[in-house]
Ligand binder design. Structure first.
Ligand SMILES: C[S@@+](CC[C@H](N)C(=O)[O-])C[C@H]1O[C@@H](n2cnc3c(N)ncnc32)[C@H](O)[C@@H]1O
Length: 255
């Protein structure tokens, strides 16, 4: 059997790993690192390497890097994602067969928690389900960017008895602004919060959470929007890439 492990590493810095994640890393023979081509790729790979160097001795593991297949944008969103996932599954199997000896463990270090907006679990679960005599899989939870955002702003995820949505910029671009009360937004490259002006919303924004470059802004959306746009664009320009998350929360009558 070949053992596979998906290890949640939290939002950035090495201090966000759980003890369970560190113990799981110590059982790994090969770490697979896939990043999308583009600006930020080297920095994101380096962040993972520094996590390994912090907790493991160099002779304990190997790192195998590969380019994540690009997603085409030709057939419509769902078909493009399905084709991209099929491509990724093929790449994973090739890596497992080529790089792992019988009995060895191969792992992916997953940003935040593997269960949140990351399809590696489903892709690898499908591979394991198709070859249960060949592979086993363990999943180690991690601290999500959502939790890091709430902690850094010192707010709870929800007010008393309130529901929480966790959603994407793509969904936010289509929803009715008046339907939204308490939503964490991830994967928003388009500054979609601009649609929610004049809605009596607070925003809690964080970029590069858990790293030395962390940025935080909070306040009434109508008041901080300009500052947020300036800060976000400057940071993206300076580093060449940005990873940010925010909470949009409708003010209650008591605020
Ligand atoms: C593919 S999703 C992965 C989420 C991850 N599995 C988690 O649990 O946080 C990537 C999105 O998560 C958010 N994100 C991840 N890490 C972040 C960080 N360090 N700071 C701010 N946002 C982050 C951003 O919205 C980014 O677009």
């Amino acid at each position: 059997m070949k053992r596979l492990s998906l290890i949640g590493i939290g939002p950035g810095g090495p201090e966000y790993l759980t003890l369970q994640a560190i113990e799981a890393m110590r059982r790994v023979d090969v770490f697979f690192m896939l990043e999308k081509e583009g600006r930020g790729k080297e920095e994101l790979l380096e962040a993972r390497r520094s996590i390994l160097n912090r907790y493991l001795k160099p002779e304990q593991f190997r790192v195998v890097t590969a380019s994540s297949p690009p997603r085409s944008t030709t057939e419509g969103y769902r078909q493009d994602v399905a084709a991209w996932h099929a491509e990724k599954r093929r790449l994973f199997i090739e890596l497992f067969e080529r790089e792992l000896a019988e009995g060895q463990c191969g792992a992916f270090l997953i940003w935040g928690d593997p269960a949140l907006y990351d399809q590696t679990v489903s892709l690898i679960s499908a591979i394991v389900a198709a070859a249960p005599d060949r592979y086993t899989l363990e999943v180690i939870p991690g601290i999500t960017a959502v939790q890091a955002l709430a902690a850094e702003h010192r707010i709870p995820l929800n007010r008393v008895g309130e529901a929480i949505s966790i959603t994407t910029g793509r969904q936010m671009a289509q929803c009715d602004p008046s339907s939204l009360n308490n939503a964490f937004v991830m994967l928003d490259g388009e500054e979609t919060f601009r649609r929610f002006g004049g809605q009596d919303m607070d925003i809690y924004w964080g970029a590069y959470l858990g790293t030395d470059d962390q940025l935080l802004i909070a306040g009434a959306l109508d008041e901080v929007e300009d500052e947020l746009l300036r800060t976000r664009r400057c940071a993206r320009e300076r580093k060449g890439w940005i990873m940010d998350t925010y909470l949009l929360r409708r003010r209650s009558r008591d605020d």
